[in-house]
Design a binder for this molecule. Structure first.
Ligand code: NDP
Length: 297
């Protein structure tokens, strides 16, 4: 039987709908409007597309959206001063500095200058530590979106074997922490992992976050397993032009897996939806209000 397709586009639209309801409650009952500030340094075309899309969706759910577009030559001093201003701005509850930053800027230092309570990307070292120790934190958007989809499809993940392929700070590591938090038995694989196909064969859940087009093939997948494909790779089409594919080979994996996320239309749309959800969560917390449990890990 072909795998169930986990439709990230529809799921993300439902998350945005819930976010919009919370935004109107915050505005009508608590007299506060969640605000998200996005800072873009330089003219990276992919980053410009992301930032535009984030701004549009932020406004659509009723939140305040501000964008700061800075020149590629912006100094650390100027960028830090802007972040400090946003940290103290009472109308801003979420701050996102679009990565990657130009080479002359120290990414870690810049991210760690954001108020952890407004760090809606969840990359600040305090939030990383809180997540790692199972405490309330801001959770990185892409892994949070993956977790929401897994919970929605499976209900409880307790006791499941999960393999995360890729150990980056923004996807792989936090994903592994989240699955551990939901009582999965987690293996975190990477480029030095031996016998990767055998490791993956054991998994009830496979999360592929590698950045290698169609690397994970159906023969590696345990029949009935759930495949969450984080990868976004552009490849040449046979007849010319390009198309997007994931890190899993959709055709072969979907004939073995029980469920799979497509690329595009799987994990991708959930990332921005979770950014909006994190901004709502931050707004509740900053105002000392009880937060909605539905968006948190
Ligand atoms: P990174 O390049 O930071 O990390 C890639 C990871 O994959 C590394 O840990 C690396 O291992 C591992 N890896 C590389 N080759 C292999 C291999 N042959 N076998 C096993 N592991 C391997 O990537 P990101 O985590 O930033 O992104 C991963 C993918 O997810 C990309 O395609 C990216 O575009 C996509 N992405 C999608 C998002 C979305 O919204 N859908 C958001 C963020 C990313 P090692 O550490 O040993 O080098």
């Amino acid at each position: 039987m072909p795998a169930h397709i986990i439709d990230g586009k529809t799921f993300a639209a439902s998350v945005r709908g819930k976010v919009a309801k919370h935004v109107s409650q915050l505005r009508e009952i608590h007299m506060t409007k969640p605000g998200l500030a996005v800072v873009l340094v330089g003219e990276d075309p992919a980053s410009q597309v992301y930032v535009r899309s984030k701004g549009k969706q932020t406004v659509e759910v009723g939140m305040k959206s501000i964008e700061h577009k800075l020149d590629a030559s912006t100094s650390e001093k100027v960028l830090l001063a802007l972040i400090e201003k946003l940290n103290t701005d009472t109308e801003i509850h979420g701050i996102l500095v679009q990565l990657p930053l130009p080479k002359h800027l120290d990414e870690d230092m810049i991210i760690n200058s954001i108020d952890p309570a407004k760090d809606v990307d969840g990359f600040h070292i305090s939030n990383v530590g809180l997540l790692g120790t199972g405490q309330k934190s801001m959770v990185p958007c892409t892994p949070l979106g993956c977790l929401m989809m897994l919970r929605d499809y499976h209900g409880s993940l307790s006791g499941m074997d999960a393999v995360v392929i890729g150990r980056s700070n923004i996807v792989g590591k936090p994903m592994a922490q989240l699955l551990l938090g939901d009582s999965c038995t987690v293996t975190l694989a990477h480029s030095r992992t031996k016998n990767l196909p055998e490791v993956i064969q054991r998994a009830d859940i496979v999360v592929a976050a590698v950045g290698r087009p169609q690397m994970v093939i159906g023969d590696w997948i345990k029949p009935g397993a759930t495949v969450i494909d984080v990868g976004i790779n552009r490849i040449e089409k046979a007849g010319g032009g390009t198309r997007l594919v994931g890190d899993a080979d959709f055709a072969s994996c979907s004939s073995v897996a029980g469920a799979i996320t497509p690329v595009p239309g799987g994990v991708g749309p959930m990332t921005i939806a979770c950014l909006l959800a994190n901004t709502v969560t931050a707004c509740y917390r900053i105002n000392g209000l009880e937060e909605p449990g539905e968006f948190t890990a």
